[in-house]
Design a protein around this ligand. Structure first.
Ligand code: GUN
Length: 295
């Protein structure tokens, strides 16, 4: 049985980070500035704490300034909005990321809409979402941006492909659809109410799985030769008090049919922070009227 090419997200992300670090160094030499990223974490969610720590570390390694704001879970909405406003006005801050999820008493939509769209390195502000949808230059959400880089690495062109995205979130599914339309794919977004999901997935030349349910997409559904990009990171118990990470796709069975597939971990995950750094660089250049270097 043929086995798929394993798309190495870790190596691709590393390559991207090296390119970004070089661009940051040359911008510092030529224009005398350092891009800055502010990350705001409200509360003590352990997964969020891990993400925020890696973001801070990788931002510094890329030669950028990292500003971390850790607020207690009881922080009020007005206090968070005041911090966002302060960061919007801070010239040393080019990118603002408010880690999600936020505690329930804070209206996440209000916070996202308060971020200056020019500093919205998550690409979640409606202005950036609208720009992406209308094909204008926009700050693009990091996870789908990373997925696109990986999908493109597995084919000479994505044009004309039937792309099926499973999951319709604002963070992954919807922006992914826009990015793949931009690559001239024929795009379907499937979701929890989709009829006959196996048949819909079975028609895809490119599958992007972003449902957040362990191994929900079965290997037998995958069309032979398809490209499979798995966004899922699900922790499953394996007995004896041990657990392991699995994606949204039944990996081993899918790898026997796909032409290329991302592993979990080591696929989409590492790309997200690399794309966040790229967005920060892009925002820093755009705010100063400097052309974004090729990375
Ligand atoms: N929580 C999990 N992923 C993300 C992300 O990409 N951005 C933000 N802001 N929060 C997240």
């Amino acid at each position: 049985m043929a086995t798929a090419h394993i798309i190495d997200g870790k190596a691709t992300a590393e390559q991207l980070r090296v390119g970004i670090a070089k661009a940051v160094a040359s911008l510092a030499a030529e224009h005398g500035f350092m891009p800055g990223l502010a990350v705001v974490l409200v509360g003590e969610d352990p997964a969020s704490q891990v993400y925020v720590r890696s973001k801070g570390k990788q931002t510094a390694e890329a030669g950028m300034a990292s500003f971390e704001h850790k607020l207690p879970a009881c922080t009020g909405e007005a206090e968070l909005l005041a911090l966002v406003d302060k960061l919007n006005r801070d010239p040393a801050v080019d990118g603002i990321l408010v880690q999600l999820p936020l505690p329930k008493h804070i209206d996440c939509k209000k916070v996202i809409e308060a971020i200056d769209p020019a500093k919205d390195v998550d690409g979640f502000h409606p202005l950036n979402a609208g720009r992406l949808a209308t094909g204008e230059r926009a700050l693009v959400p990091c996870t789908p941006a990373g997925c696109l880089i990986l999908a493109k690495s597995a084919a000479t062109s994505l044009a004309g492909m039937n792309a099926v995205i499973v999951g319709r979130s604002n963070i992954v599914g919807k922006p992914m659809a826009q990015l793949l339309l931009g690559q001239d794919c024929t795009v379907t977004i499937a979701h929890s109410r989709t009829r006959d999901l196996p048949a819909v997935v079975g028609g895809a030349d490119l599958v992007v799985a972003a449902v957040g349910r362990a191994e929900m997409i079965k290997g037998a559904w995958i069309k032979p030769g398809a490209i499979v990009i798995d966004v899922g990171i699900n922790r499953v118990e394996v007995g004896g008090g041990k657990s392991r990470l699995v994606g949204d796709v039944e990996y081993a069975a899918a790898a026997e049919r796909a032409s290329a597939i991302t592993p979990v971990p080591g696929g989409v995950g590492p790309m997200t922070i690399a794309c966040l750094l790229r967005n920060t660089l892009e925002a820093a250049c755009a705010r100063r009227g400097i052309a974004m270097p090729e990375v």
